[in-house]
Design a protein around this ligand. Structure first.
Ligand code: ZN
Length: 429
Protein backbone atom coordinates (compact mmCIF):
# COMPACT_ATOMS: atom_id res chain seq x y z
CA UNK A 1 0.00 0.00 0.00
CA UNK A 2 1.39 3.43 -0.98
CA UNK A 3 1.62 6.33 1.46
CA UNK A 4 -0.99 8.18 -0.62
CA UNK A 5 -3.52 5.38 -0.49
CA UNK A 6 -2.91 4.94 3.26
CA UNK A 7 -3.63 8.62 3.80
CA UNK A 8 -6.73 8.39 1.60
CA UNK A 9 -8.11 5.50 3.64
CA UNK A 10 -7.35 7.17 6.97
CA UNK A 11 -8.94 10.45 5.86
CA UNK A 12 -12.03 8.69 4.50
CA UNK A 13 -12.40 6.73 7.74
CA UNK A 14 -12.00 9.90 9.78
CA UNK A 15 -14.64 11.79 7.76
CA UNK A 16 -16.92 8.80 8.29
CA UNK A 17 -16.26 8.86 12.04
CA UNK A 18 -17.17 12.54 12.31
CA UNK A 19 -20.03 12.43 9.87
CA UNK A 20 -22.95 12.05 12.31
CA UNK A 21 -21.73 15.17 14.12
CA UNK A 22 -21.26 16.94 10.79
CA UNK A 23 -24.87 16.24 9.78
CA UNK A 24 -26.14 17.36 13.20
CA UNK A 25 -24.11 20.57 12.84
CA UNK A 26 -25.56 21.15 9.37
CA UNK A 27 -29.06 20.62 10.76
CA UNK A 28 -28.37 23.15 13.52
CA UNK A 29 -27.35 25.66 10.89
CA UNK A 30 -30.50 25.05 8.82
CA UNK A 31 -32.67 25.80 11.88
CA UNK A 32 -31.48 29.42 11.72
CA UNK A 33 -33.85 31.17 9.31
CA UNK A 34 -30.94 33.29 8.08
CA UNK A 35 -32.62 35.21 5.29
CA UNK A 36 -31.10 38.54 4.27
CA UNK A 37 -30.57 40.77 7.29
CA UNK A 38 -31.25 37.97 9.78
CA UNK A 39 -27.88 36.22 9.78
CA UNK A 40 -26.57 37.54 13.12
CA UNK A 41 -27.45 34.49 15.19
CA UNK A 42 -26.05 31.93 12.77
CA UNK A 43 -22.86 33.99 12.46
CA UNK A 44 -22.56 33.86 16.26
CA UNK A 45 -23.08 30.09 16.08
CA UNK A 46 -20.29 29.79 13.51
CA UNK A 47 -18.04 32.07 15.57
CA UNK A 48 -18.45 29.84 18.63
CA UNK A 49 -17.87 26.66 16.60
CA UNK A 50 -14.60 28.00 15.20
CA UNK A 51 -13.38 29.45 18.49
CA UNK A 52 -14.02 26.13 20.25
CA UNK A 53 -11.69 24.60 17.70
CA UNK A 54 -8.95 27.11 18.58
CA UNK A 55 -9.05 29.14 15.39
CA UNK A 56 -7.84 32.74 15.81
CA UNK A 57 -11.01 34.75 15.36
CA UNK A 58 -11.83 37.87 13.42
CA UNK A 59 -15.35 39.32 13.29
CA UNK A 60 -16.00 42.57 11.45
CA UNK A 61 -18.61 44.85 9.92
CA UNK A 62 -18.98 45.78 6.27
CA UNK A 63 -17.15 48.97 5.29
CA UNK A 64 -19.85 50.62 3.20
CA UNK A 65 -17.61 53.35 1.80
CA UNK A 66 -14.88 50.96 0.70
CA UNK A 67 -17.38 48.54 -0.83
CA UNK A 68 -19.27 51.20 -2.77
CA UNK A 69 -15.99 52.62 -4.11
CA UNK A 70 -14.88 49.21 -5.40
CA UNK A 71 -15.81 48.42 -9.03
CA UNK A 72 -17.29 45.07 -7.96
CA UNK A 73 -19.14 46.46 -4.95
CA UNK A 74 -22.92 46.79 -4.89
CA UNK A 75 -24.68 49.86 -3.51
CA UNK A 76 -26.25 49.48 -0.08
CA UNK A 77 -30.03 49.44 -0.35
CA UNK A 78 -32.19 49.66 2.77
CA UNK A 79 -32.44 45.84 2.72
CA UNK A 80 -28.66 45.37 2.99
CA UNK A 81 -27.59 43.05 5.80
CA UNK A 82 -25.80 44.52 8.81
CA UNK A 83 -24.66 41.10 10.05
CA UNK A 84 -20.92 40.69 10.64
CA UNK A 85 -18.44 38.65 8.64
CA UNK A 86 -16.66 35.89 10.57
CA UNK A 87 -13.20 34.51 9.78
CA UNK A 88 -11.48 31.69 11.67
CA UNK A 89 -7.74 31.53 11.07
CA UNK A 90 -5.62 28.40 11.37
CA UNK A 91 -1.91 29.19 11.70
CA UNK A 92 0.52 26.27 11.50
CA UNK A 93 3.68 25.97 13.57
CA UNK A 94 5.76 25.86 10.40
CA UNK A 95 4.42 27.58 7.34
CA UNK A 96 5.70 25.13 4.73
CA UNK A 97 2.64 24.63 2.52
CA UNK A 98 0.37 26.79 0.39
CA UNK A 99 -2.28 28.90 2.10
CA UNK A 100 -5.99 28.48 1.47
CA UNK A 101 -9.32 30.26 1.84
CA UNK A 102 -12.29 28.00 2.61
CA UNK A 103 -15.36 30.16 2.12
CA UNK A 104 -19.12 29.75 2.55
CA UNK A 105 -22.15 32.00 2.93
CA UNK A 106 -24.82 31.72 5.61
CA UNK A 107 -27.54 33.87 4.00
CA UNK A 108 -30.40 31.98 2.36
CA UNK A 109 -33.14 33.07 -0.04
CA UNK A 110 -36.69 33.46 1.31
CA UNK A 111 -38.56 30.14 1.52
CA UNK A 112 -41.74 31.38 -0.19
CA UNK A 113 -45.12 30.02 0.94
CA UNK A 114 -44.47 27.36 3.62
CA UNK A 115 -47.46 25.37 2.32
CA UNK A 116 -45.53 24.60 -0.86
CA UNK A 117 -42.96 22.64 1.18
CA UNK A 118 -43.32 18.98 2.21
CA UNK A 119 -41.77 19.90 5.59
CA UNK A 120 -41.47 23.32 7.23
CA UNK A 121 -38.62 25.07 5.35
CA UNK A 122 -36.33 25.50 8.37
CA UNK A 123 -36.98 22.03 9.77
CA UNK A 124 -33.95 19.92 8.72
CA UNK A 125 -35.76 16.65 8.05
CA UNK A 126 -33.83 13.64 6.70
CA UNK A 127 -35.60 11.28 4.31
CA UNK A 128 -33.53 8.54 2.73
CA UNK A 129 -30.40 10.16 1.29
CA UNK A 130 -31.86 13.69 1.37
CA UNK A 131 -31.44 16.38 3.97
CA UNK A 132 -34.19 18.98 3.47
CA UNK A 133 -34.32 22.63 4.34
CA UNK A 134 -33.96 26.13 2.94
CA UNK A 135 -30.28 26.91 2.71
CA UNK A 136 -29.21 23.34 3.53
CA UNK A 137 -27.76 22.72 0.07
CA UNK A 138 -27.09 26.41 -0.65
CA UNK A 139 -24.85 26.28 1.28
CA UNK A 140 -24.89 25.30 4.92
CA UNK A 141 -23.88 21.72 4.04
CA UNK A 142 -20.77 23.09 2.32
CA UNK A 143 -20.19 25.53 5.16
CA UNK A 144 -20.13 22.69 7.68
CA UNK A 145 -17.93 20.65 5.31
CA UNK A 146 -15.28 23.41 5.41
CA UNK A 147 -15.07 23.02 9.18
CA UNK A 148 -15.41 19.23 9.33
CA UNK A 149 -12.85 18.57 6.57
CA UNK A 150 -10.20 20.19 8.80
CA UNK A 151 -11.63 18.38 11.84
CA UNK A 152 -11.19 15.08 9.99
CA UNK A 153 -7.48 15.77 9.55
CA UNK A 154 -7.13 16.72 13.24
CA UNK A 155 -8.80 13.48 14.29
CA UNK A 156 -5.94 11.54 12.69
CA UNK A 157 -3.30 13.79 14.25
CA UNK A 158 -2.73 16.15 11.30
CA UNK A 159 -3.27 19.83 10.63
CA UNK A 160 -2.63 22.03 7.59
CA UNK A 161 0.99 23.16 7.31
CA UNK A 162 -0.13 26.51 5.93
CA UNK A 163 -2.49 29.30 6.94
CA UNK A 164 -6.14 28.46 6.33
CA UNK A 165 -8.86 31.10 6.51
CA UNK A 166 -12.35 29.72 7.16
CA UNK A 167 -14.60 32.55 6.01
CA UNK A 168 -18.31 32.80 6.81
CA UNK A 169 -19.99 35.57 4.85
CA UNK A 170 -23.41 37.13 4.23
CA UNK A 171 -24.97 38.96 1.26
CA UNK A 172 -24.08 36.20 -1.21
CA UNK A 173 -27.66 35.99 -2.45
CA UNK A 174 -28.07 39.71 -3.11
CA UNK A 175 -24.85 41.69 -3.60
CA UNK A 176 -21.73 39.59 -3.04
CA UNK A 177 -20.54 42.35 -0.72
CA UNK A 178 -19.67 39.90 2.09
CA UNK A 179 -17.04 38.10 0.02
CA UNK A 180 -15.80 41.44 -1.28
CA UNK A 181 -15.44 42.65 2.31
CA UNK A 182 -13.08 39.76 3.17
CA UNK A 183 -10.93 40.88 0.24
CA UNK A 184 -11.07 44.53 1.32
CA UNK A 185 -10.14 43.48 4.85
CA UNK A 186 -6.90 42.22 3.33
CA UNK A 187 -7.33 38.45 3.41
CA UNK A 188 -5.57 36.68 0.61
CA UNK A 189 -4.27 33.14 0.05
CA UNK A 190 -2.72 30.97 -2.63
CA UNK A 191 -6.09 29.42 -3.56
CA UNK A 192 -9.74 29.48 -2.53
CA UNK A 193 -12.28 26.67 -2.30
CA UNK A 194 -16.02 27.36 -2.04
CA UNK A 195 -18.21 24.25 -1.64
CA UNK A 196 -21.40 25.50 -3.29
CA UNK A 197 -23.83 22.74 -4.39
CA UNK A 198 -22.30 22.05 -7.81
CA UNK A 199 -23.23 18.37 -8.25
CA UNK A 200 -19.67 17.16 -7.58
CA UNK A 201 -18.32 19.20 -10.46
CA UNK A 202 -15.89 22.10 -10.69
CA UNK A 203 -17.11 25.46 -11.98
CA UNK A 204 -15.08 26.36 -15.06
CA UNK A 205 -16.87 29.57 -15.99
CA UNK A 206 -19.45 31.72 -14.29
CA UNK A 207 -21.56 34.63 -15.44
CA UNK A 208 -21.65 37.98 -13.72
CA UNK A 209 -24.95 39.25 -12.35
CA UNK A 210 -26.62 42.65 -12.22
CA UNK A 211 -29.69 43.60 -10.22
CA UNK A 212 -31.79 46.58 -11.24
CA UNK A 213 -35.11 48.21 -10.58
CA UNK A 214 -37.21 50.00 -13.18
CA UNK A 215 -39.88 52.37 -11.94
CA UNK A 216 -42.65 53.91 -14.02
CA UNK A 217 -44.79 56.77 -12.70
CA UNK A 218 -47.97 58.01 -14.35
CA UNK A 219 -50.98 60.22 -13.69
CA UNK A 220 -53.71 58.48 -11.68
CA UNK A 221 -57.31 58.96 -12.81
CA UNK A 222 -60.63 57.16 -12.43
CA UNK A 223 -61.02 54.25 -14.85
CA UNK A 224 -63.98 55.96 -16.63
CA UNK A 225 -61.45 58.58 -17.85
CA UNK A 226 -58.82 56.01 -18.61
CA UNK A 227 -58.09 57.43 -22.05
CA UNK A 228 -56.78 60.54 -20.31
CA UNK A 229 -54.61 58.71 -17.80
CA UNK A 230 -51.54 56.69 -18.32
CA UNK A 231 -51.49 53.22 -16.88
CA UNK A 232 -48.10 52.63 -15.23
CA UNK A 233 -48.58 48.86 -15.16
CA UNK A 234 -49.31 48.75 -18.90
CA UNK A 235 -46.22 50.88 -19.52
CA UNK A 236 -44.09 48.57 -17.36
CA UNK A 237 -45.28 45.63 -19.51
CA UNK A 238 -44.04 47.41 -22.61
CA UNK A 239 -40.64 47.89 -20.93
CA UNK A 240 -40.60 44.20 -20.05
CA UNK A 241 -41.03 43.44 -23.75
CA UNK A 242 -38.02 45.60 -24.57
CA UNK A 243 -35.95 43.92 -21.85
CA UNK A 244 -36.81 40.50 -23.34
CA UNK A 245 -35.53 41.75 -26.72
CA UNK A 246 -32.31 42.87 -25.05
CA UNK A 247 -31.99 39.46 -23.38
CA UNK A 248 -32.37 37.73 -26.78
CA UNK A 249 -29.63 39.94 -28.25
CA UNK A 250 -27.27 39.23 -25.36
CA UNK A 251 -27.86 35.50 -25.85
CA UNK A 252 -26.94 35.85 -29.55
CA UNK A 253 -23.63 37.35 -28.44
CA UNK A 254 -22.62 33.92 -27.12
CA UNK A 255 -21.21 33.19 -30.59
CA UNK A 256 -17.45 32.69 -30.33
CA UNK A 257 -17.40 32.70 -26.53
CA UNK A 258 -15.69 29.66 -25.04
CA UNK A 259 -17.80 27.89 -22.35
CA UNK A 260 -20.95 29.72 -23.50
CA UNK A 261 -21.58 29.23 -27.21
CA UNK A 262 -22.77 25.66 -26.76
CA UNK A 263 -25.26 26.67 -24.05
CA UNK A 264 -28.85 27.04 -25.27
CA UNK A 265 -29.57 30.16 -23.21
CA UNK A 266 -26.62 31.35 -21.13
CA UNK A 267 -28.01 34.80 -20.33
CA UNK A 268 -31.16 34.78 -18.23
CA UNK A 269 -33.20 37.85 -17.44
CA UNK A 270 -35.42 37.29 -14.43
CA UNK A 271 -38.20 39.72 -13.66
CA UNK A 272 -38.42 38.59 -10.08
CA UNK A 273 -40.81 41.01 -8.50
CA UNK A 274 -43.49 43.40 -9.72
CA UNK A 275 -45.33 45.91 -7.61
CA UNK A 276 -47.72 48.63 -8.66
CA UNK A 277 -51.02 50.38 -8.32
CA UNK A 278 -53.17 51.04 -5.29
CA UNK A 279 -56.79 50.25 -6.14
CA UNK A 280 -58.72 48.11 -8.64
CA UNK A 281 -60.79 51.06 -9.90
CA UNK A 282 -57.96 53.60 -10.12
CA UNK A 283 -55.58 53.73 -13.04
CA UNK A 284 -52.26 52.74 -11.49
CA UNK A 285 -49.91 55.66 -10.90
CA UNK A 286 -46.78 53.59 -10.39
CA UNK A 287 -45.20 50.26 -11.18
CA UNK A 288 -41.84 48.89 -10.17
CA UNK A 289 -39.98 45.92 -11.68
CA UNK A 290 -37.16 44.16 -9.82
CA UNK A 291 -34.87 42.47 -12.33
CA UNK A 292 -31.76 40.32 -12.49
CA UNK A 293 -29.70 39.70 -15.61
CA UNK A 294 -26.46 37.85 -16.31
CA UNK A 295 -23.37 39.09 -18.18
CA UNK A 296 -20.54 37.12 -19.79
CA UNK A 297 -17.12 36.97 -18.13
CA UNK A 298 -15.01 39.78 -19.53
CA UNK A 299 -17.98 42.15 -19.87
CA UNK A 300 -17.71 44.98 -17.36
CA UNK A 301 -20.60 45.58 -15.02
CA UNK A 302 -20.38 49.28 -15.72
CA UNK A 303 -20.67 48.89 -19.51
CA UNK A 304 -23.52 46.41 -19.20
CA UNK A 305 -25.42 48.63 -16.78
CA UNK A 306 -25.02 51.57 -19.16
CA UNK A 307 -26.36 49.48 -22.03
CA UNK A 308 -29.44 48.53 -20.02
CA UNK A 309 -30.12 52.12 -18.94
CA UNK A 310 -29.57 53.48 -22.47
CA UNK A 311 -31.80 50.80 -23.94
CA UNK A 312 -34.69 51.60 -21.61
CA UNK A 313 -34.24 55.35 -22.20
CA UNK A 314 -34.29 54.89 -25.99
CA UNK A 315 -37.39 52.74 -25.77
CA UNK A 316 -39.09 55.31 -23.56
CA UNK A 317 -38.48 58.04 -26.14
CA UNK A 318 -40.35 55.93 -28.72
CA UNK A 319 -43.38 55.40 -26.47
CA UNK A 320 -46.16 58.02 -26.27
CA UNK A 321 -46.62 57.83 -22.54
CA UNK A 322 -43.08 56.98 -21.45
CA UNK A 323 -41.59 59.80 -23.53
CA UNK A 324 -43.25 62.27 -21.17
CA UNK A 325 -42.75 60.15 -18.06
CA UNK A 326 -39.26 58.69 -18.36
CA UNK A 327 -38.87 55.58 -16.21
CA UNK A 328 -36.06 55.49 -13.65
CA UNK A 329 -33.48 52.69 -13.64
CA UNK A 330 -31.56 51.95 -10.48
CA UNK A 331 -28.87 49.31 -9.93
CA UNK A 332 -29.64 48.17 -6.42
CA UNK A 333 -27.86 44.87 -5.85
CA UNK A 334 -25.34 42.59 -7.56
CA UNK A 335 -22.88 44.56 -9.69
CA UNK A 336 -20.70 41.56 -10.30
CA UNK A 337 -18.57 40.41 -13.19
CA UNK A 338 -18.13 36.80 -14.26
CA UNK A 339 -14.94 34.78 -14.21
CA UNK A 340 -13.26 31.83 -15.89
CA UNK A 341 -11.10 29.31 -14.04
CA UNK A 342 -8.33 28.86 -16.58
CA UNK A 343 -7.44 25.17 -16.90
CA UNK A 344 -3.99 24.01 -15.88
CA UNK A 345 -3.62 25.40 -12.36
CA UNK A 346 -1.94 23.27 -9.76
CA UNK A 347 -4.91 23.86 -7.44
CA UNK A 348 -7.22 22.24 -9.96
CA UNK A 349 -4.84 19.31 -10.42
CA UNK A 350 -4.77 18.73 -6.65
CA UNK A 351 -8.56 18.88 -6.44
CA UNK A 352 -8.89 16.51 -9.39
CA UNK A 353 -6.71 13.95 -7.59
CA UNK A 354 -8.61 14.41 -4.33
CA UNK A 355 -11.94 14.04 -6.12
CA UNK A 356 -10.79 10.91 -7.96
CA UNK A 357 -9.56 9.39 -4.69
CA UNK A 358 -12.77 10.22 -2.81
CA UNK A 359 -15.31 9.31 -5.48
CA UNK A 360 -13.54 7.00 -7.92
CA UNK A 361 -14.61 9.34 -10.74
CA UNK A 362 -12.72 11.89 -12.83
CA UNK A 363 -13.49 15.51 -11.98
CA UNK A 364 -15.78 17.19 -14.49
CA UNK A 365 -16.10 20.92 -14.99
CA UNK A 366 -18.96 23.04 -16.28
CA UNK A 367 -20.37 26.54 -16.77
CA UNK A 368 -22.87 27.97 -14.29
CA UNK A 369 -25.36 30.71 -15.04
CA UNK A 370 -25.85 32.09 -11.53
CA UNK A 371 -23.85 34.43 -9.30
CA UNK A 372 -20.94 32.99 -7.28
CA UNK A 373 -18.77 34.69 -4.64
CA UNK A 374 -15.85 32.91 -6.32
CA UNK A 375 -15.64 35.93 -8.64
CA UNK A 376 -14.14 38.04 -5.83
CA UNK A 377 -11.16 35.71 -5.33
CA UNK A 378 -10.75 34.99 -9.04
CA UNK A 379 -10.99 38.60 -10.27
CA UNK A 380 -9.51 40.67 -7.44
CA UNK A 381 -7.12 38.29 -5.64
CA UNK A 382 -6.33 36.64 -8.99
CA UNK A 383 -5.92 33.22 -7.38
CA UNK A 384 -7.20 29.82 -8.51
CA UNK A 385 -10.73 29.65 -7.11
CA UNK A 386 -12.39 26.27 -6.94
CA UNK A 387 -16.15 26.20 -6.66
CA UNK A 388 -17.06 22.56 -6.06
CA UNK A 389 -19.63 20.87 -3.84
CA UNK A 390 -22.33 18.25 -3.30
CA UNK A 391 -25.34 17.05 -5.27
CA UNK A 392 -28.53 18.90 -4.51
CA UNK A 393 -32.03 19.52 -5.79
CA UNK A 394 -34.31 22.56 -5.84
CA UNK A 395 -31.95 25.20 -4.50
CA UNK A 396 -33.92 28.47 -4.33
CA UNK A 397 -37.07 26.35 -4.86
CA UNK A 398 -39.40 24.35 -2.64
CA UNK A 399 -38.10 21.22 -0.88
CA UNK A 400 -34.47 22.28 -1.30
CA UNK A 401 -32.36 19.23 -0.40
CA UNK A 402 -28.80 18.00 -0.38
CA UNK A 403 -27.57 14.43 -0.88
CA UNK A 404 -26.03 13.06 2.30
CA UNK A 405 -23.90 10.43 0.53
CA UNK A 406 -22.58 13.09 -1.81
CA UNK A 407 -21.80 15.38 1.10
CA UNK A 408 -19.64 12.67 2.64
CA UNK A 409 -17.73 12.12 -0.62
CA UNK A 410 -17.21 15.85 -1.03
CA UNK A 411 -16.01 16.29 2.54
CA UNK A 412 -13.49 13.49 1.99
CA UNK A 413 -12.31 15.11 -1.24
CA UNK A 414 -11.99 18.47 0.53
CA UNK A 415 -9.95 16.98 3.39
CA UNK A 416 -7.64 15.27 0.87
CA UNK A 417 -7.37 18.53 -1.08
CA UNK A 418 -6.38 20.46 2.07
CA UNK A 419 -3.86 17.78 3.03
CA UNK A 420 -2.09 17.95 -0.33
CA UNK A 421 -2.48 21.69 -1.07
CA UNK A 422 -1.44 22.91 2.38
CA UNK A 423 0.68 19.95 3.36
CA UNK A 424 0.34 18.60 6.89
CA UNK A 425 2.12 18.70 10.22
CA UNK A 426 1.31 16.92 13.50
CA UNK A 427 -1.71 18.58 15.06
CA UNK A 428 -1.47 20.41 18.37
CA UNK A 429 -4.51 18.86 19.99
ZN1 ZN B 1 -24.91 29.72 -2.67
Amino acid sequence: MTIESQLRDRVAASVDQGFAAQIAFTQDMIRFASVRGAEHAVQDFVFRALRERNYAMDRFEMDRGAIERHPGGAVFSEDHSAAPIVVGIHRPRNETGRSLILQAHVDVVPPGPAGMWSHPPFDPVIEGDWLYGRGGADMKAGHAANIFAIDALRRIGLQPAATVYVQSVVEEESTGNGALMTHLRGYKADAALIPEPEDEMLVRANVGVLWFEVEVRGLPVHVREMGAGANAIDAAYRIMGELRRLEAEWNERKAGRAHFETEAHPINLNIGKIEGGDWASSVPAWCKLSCRIAIYPGVSAKEASREIADRIAAFARSDNFLANNPPSVEFNGFFAEGYVLEPGSDAEAVLARAHQDATGQPLKSFMTAGYLDARVYALYDKIPTLCYGPYSQNIHGFDERVSIASLKRITTAMALFVAEWCGTEPSET
